[in-house]
Design a protein around this ligand. Structure first.
Ligand code: PEP
Ligand code: MN
Length: 336
């Protein structure tokens, strides 16, 4: 349920009303917007008499939110959330480009790629240390040693880093990670989501392999319900009957999610298509669809990559795309 307050209501009135809600066992999330203040009520609101609430002088309107996701809901928080990833803002008109290899393979590799993607315009560095591989016989990532190398690349370039967590027990290793990725395969690992909800780290929540937008938003809700509202959603393609591409990029998710939620939405055209030459057109399309950022796999030697070489761009190809991505972003701003 949300209660929209009339303009000019005092802090004291808001706090009295908040206490009244809390006495009824409902928690209150206040959103102060440019034009209105909204109280979002989470919990069992059946004990709240809507007509009584509507009759209060300070209340403009009261609405029940029928969607199962509340805190992630745009009705609850009409303005775009802007997520601050160690100084890099994402959402609300701020565009992020995260780039780097699928996996961290060596010190030379990650440092070289980090420098090259930075020079090309990326504002965050990606690299997997714990890799969720379909086959147990494939390279599983460098684990904690890989994270150390990623931190070195962060020091060297100043770029905030994003890397995937697969096990909540690894959280202590992620203290200096700027943005923690929950990969597609863990989107519904609810115990992991609950643990991430207890942290204050920004979380990049990728869409599950075959999950609906509602299920995805419910996963975001798990993290938010625990107290962590710093979430960026990432569309990375879903499983369909198509086989020429690795997945099917659901670009309609971008404008749909912008209606449904205030959280930023970025697109990963690398995992969505699995084909390096498809990354360029889908990057521009994602920006045109309103994405708040891109995540792109870049490797200094894609042919030798230990993971996802076929979808990885060379730094040169990446630099060409970023130049145009900024142009498309500017153009879209112009036609809003
Ligand atoms: C990745 O980012 O390397 C990755 C494994 O992505 P996804 O979870 O989208 O497959
Ligand atoms: Mn990958």
């Amino acid at each position: 349920m949300i209660a929209v307050l009339k303009p000019g209501v005092s802090e004291e009135q808001i706090s009295n009303l908040t206490n009244w809600f809390e006495e009824k066992g409902v928690s209150v999330h206040k959103t102060v917007g440019m034009y209105q203040t909204i109280l979002g009520l989470v919990g069992d609101t059946t004990k709240i008499d809507i007509s009584l609430l509507e009759a209060l002088e300070m209340i403009e309107s009261v609405k029940r939110i029928s969607d199962p996701f509340k805190m992630a809901n745009r009705k609850f928080h009409p303005e775009d959330s802007v997520i601050d990833v160690s100084g890099v803002k994402v959402g609300g008109g701020n565009f992020a480009i995260m780039a780097g290899p699928c996996s961290i393979e060596s010190e030379e590799q990650i440092i070289e790629v980090a420098k090259q993607v930075k020079a090309a315009g990326a504002n965050m560095l990606r690299g997997g240390a714990f890799k969720p591989r379909t086959s147990p016989y494939d390279f599983q990532g460098m684990g904690g040693d890989g994270l150390k190398l990623l931190l070195e690349a962060k020091k060297e370039t100043g770029l905030p880093i994003v890397t995937e967590i697969m096990n909540a027990n690894h959280l202590p290793l992620f203290e200096e990670v700027d943005l923690i990725q929950v990969g597609a395969r863990n989107m519904q690992n609810f115990e992991l989501l609950k643990e991430l909800g207890k942290t204050n780290k920004p979380i990049l929540l990728k869409r599950g392999l075959a999950n609906t937008m509602k299920e995805w938003l419910m996963s975001a809700e798990y993290i938010m319900a625990g107290g962590n509202e710093n979430i960026i959603l990432c569309e990375r393609g879903i499983r369909t009957f198509e086989t020429y591409t690795r997945n099917t990029l659901d670009l309609s998710a971008v404008p749909m999610l912008h209606e449904l939620t205030h959280l930023p939405v970025i697109v990963d055209p690398s995992h969505a298509t699995g084909v390096a030459r498809m990354v360029e057109p889908m990057s521009y399309s994602a920006v045109a669809a309103g994405a708040d950022g891109l995540m792109i796999e870049v490797h200094n030697n894609p042919e030798k990559a230990l993971c996802d070489g076929a979808q990885s761009l060379t730094p040169k190809q990446f630099a060409h795309i970023t130049d145009n991505v900024f142009k498309v972003h500017e153009m879209m701003r112009g036609i809003k």
